[in-house]
Ligand binder design. Structure first.
Ligand code: MG
Length: 277
């Protein structure tokens, strides 16, 4: 595995959609692997990924789980379909998360992550309680593999999330901080949020975006190439240094057009290199 420097630049990439050589060609040597719900995770898959990472001398910080049936079309759809909130898929997604943890362990990866969805603010709400208990069980499972469990940020304000993390109360629980999501979901200023959540940060995404349109209730904001949205990447990198974060900054770009996506990510590598100093 490569020896990484502080604030090493990495990439968030996806099994099947991306390959390690293609991601490496952006000029990065570490990242986070996303795994869609329909990707088979057996011993063969684990061995093949393990060999590829060794061959390419590529470090994986996190395995991210996405689940069958999730849609990010707009905020009400996210609320209905994403993460651990929909009761009908809760048990199935819990099992899948254990599979992700086992798969990550087979690759020697020390963190798993996912969007758990919109957690209600009311701690007596049945969904709040069910999701908190599920998060606790997943933390305990991941702990047996020596892994942390990172919740992707953005769908709730920083203080709500901090309260949930404290309430769940597991030492290996934290967040994958995504500054753009705070903007896309209209949940608050990401730099201020990073100050509030600083001690909970396990890993970060470097992503940019603009706020939701005022005239379309329920619409999400628009993702932008890094440096062209409302996050303020210079402020973001500065704040990461200020809170003492030393892990990797994983560039995330979620557009369909693959070539444009790689072009935007390559540009993002250059921007972050400059900002990191
Ligand atoms: Mg993200």
């Amino acid at each position: 595995m490569p020896v990484l420097r502080d604030l090493e630049i990495g990439a968030m990439f996806w099994a099947v959609r991306d390959t390690v050589p293609r991601i490496k060609s952006l000029g990065v040597r570490c990242g986070q692997l996303g795994v869609a719900g329909d990707v088979k995770l057996d011993g063969v898959a684990a061995r093949s990924w393990k060999d590829e990472l060794a061959r390419e001398d590529f470090a994986l910080a996190t395995v991210f789980a996405a689940y069958n049936g999730e849609s990010y079309a707009d905020i009400p759809t996210v609320q209905r379909t994403v993460g651990f909130i929909p009761p009908a898929t809760r048990a199935e997604r819990e099992q899948r998360t254990y599979e992700i943890s086992d798969f990550a362990a087979a690759l020697g990866v020390k963190s798993i992550a996912c969007h758990i969805g919109f957690v209600p603010e009311d701690e007596k709400h049945a969904d709040y309680i069910a999701v908190r208990e599920m998060v606790r069980r997943i933390c305990d499972y991941a702990a047996r593999h020596g892994q942390t469990f990172a919740l992707e940020t953005g769908q709730e304000p920083a203080r709500t999330l901090l309260h949930f993390l404290n309430d769940a109360g597991r030492p290996n629980l934290g967040i994958n901080f995504d500054p753009a999501n705070m903007i896309l979901y209209g949940t608050g200023d990401p730099i201020e949020a990073l100050g509030i959540l600083g001690r909970q940060v396990i890993s970060v995404h470097a992503k940019d975006g603009d706020w939701p349109p005022m005239d379309k209730p329920g619409a999400l904001g628009t993702e932008r190439p890094l440096g062209q949205g409302s996050v303020g990447m210079e402020r973001f990198v500065g704040k990461l240094k200020e809170i003492g974060y030393t892990g990797d900054m994983n560039i995330e770009r979620e557009i369909e057009d693959l070539e444009q996506r790689y072009a935007d990510m390559a540009m993002a590598v250059k921007l972050l290199e400059r900002l990191r100093g």
